[in-house]
Design a protein around this ligand. Structure first.
Ligand code: WAQ
Ligand code: MG
Length: 295
């Protein structure tokens, strides 16, 4: 395959013939409630097990469907009984963006993690009220998407608060993916989880209305979370939650007074591809990160 050149001959086929592949896996649970101590009534509820999405070239479709199906069937959150995979050709030309720079902060316990989250968000100008609103939704851990929260007043903006906003139509060019993998390998974190999270955060933060993102995985075994922002890049926080905890979720902190429909349309619909990579750095103390902004 010819190498991709930015602004050049559009050598990367990803730019010409893009497919959006999305997966969501769920489990139906029957909740029984006893009414007046006698009759039991059952109601069905779908709980979110796993989801994945990306932009790919036509020759990747079969491999990605296999990968997503395997992920849905072997998820630590539980046994899926419904898997929906959507494969859709994207006509619009993707927007090209750079990946965020990556760093990790030292953090040994969830208590320390909370202090780090407070410190990082404070340095980004996000209010305590907004942080509390984010922690509340992450604590509940019932959404399959993300909450949109205003950075000052802490208002929730997304129309469907049960589901949240699901970021879609995002990907990485082959060349940028190779560079990212080698950068991540040097710091021994070259995994699909890190790569996918970095791609998602880079798309979210590339929008002018978004100041920062807070993410905690809902996978009980994955205890590293992150805060992403234009100012500080993608900052990984190990031990943000305790092992075995099913707590997880995402919150986007946005400026006050934005047009939320426009932002949601960008997050869900606009195809965005990472075509260049920023530095992958090692581990730092929180103060070193806060005192060395990129801009
Ligand atoms: N759009 C919006 N929200 C999403 C999306 C999406 N495409 N995917 C996941 N979420 C939300 C949803 O509420 C999940 O419950 C929550 O985020 C966590 O998703 O550097 O694995 O897929 O070591 O469990 C981050 C750290 C890993 C990576 C994140 O998230 C690193 C992770 P998960
Ligand atoms: Mg998960």
């Amino acid at each position: 395959m010819p190498p991709f050149r930015k602004g050049g001959g559009r050598g990367d086929f990803l730019m010409k013939n893009l497919w959006s592949i999305r997966m969501r896996a769920s489990q139906t649970v029957v909740t029984t409630s006893i009414t007046h101590g006698r009759s039991a009534s059952g109601s069905k509820k779908e709980i979110h097990i796993s989801g994945a999405e990306g932009l790919y070239g036509p020759s990747d479709i079969q491999r990605v469907i296999k990968k997503y199906t395997e992920r849905a069937l072997a998820h630590p959150k539980g046994k899926a009984d419904k898997i929906v995979i959507t494969v859709e050709n994207v006509k619009q030309k993707p927007k090209e963006i750079p990946g965020l720079p990556i760093a990790t902060v030292t953090c040994r316990t969830p208590a320390e993690g909370k202090k780090i989250v407070i410190k990082l968000l404070e340095s980004l100008g996000i209010s305590r009220k907004a942080l509390e609103a984010a922690l509340e939704t992450i604590q509940k851990s019932t959404m399959r998407g993300a909450a949109i929260i205003t950075a000052g007043k802490g208002n929730r903006l997304e129309p469907d608060r049960e589901r949240g906003v699901r970021i879609s139509r995002l990907g990485i060019s082959k060349q940028a993916s190779r560079l990212l993998s080698s950068g991540l390998s040097r710091i021994e974190i070259n995994t699909d989880t890190v790569k996918e999270a970095l791609i998602l955060a880079s798309k979210v933060i590339a929008h002018g209305d978004v100041i920062a993102e807070l993410c905690v995985s809902d996978d009980p075994h994955y205890t590293t979370g992150y805060i992403a922002s234009k100012k500080l890049g993608y900052v990984r926080i190990p031990n943000i939650k305790s092992r075995g905890s099913r707590t997880g979720g995402r919150a986007f902190f946005v400026k006050e007074g934005i047009m939320v429909e426009k932002l949601i349309n960008y997050l869900e619909k606009t195809p965005v591809i990472i075509t260049s990579i920023s530095p992958c750095r090692g581990t730092f103390f929180i103060d070193e990160v806060v005192n060395n902004p990129h801009k």
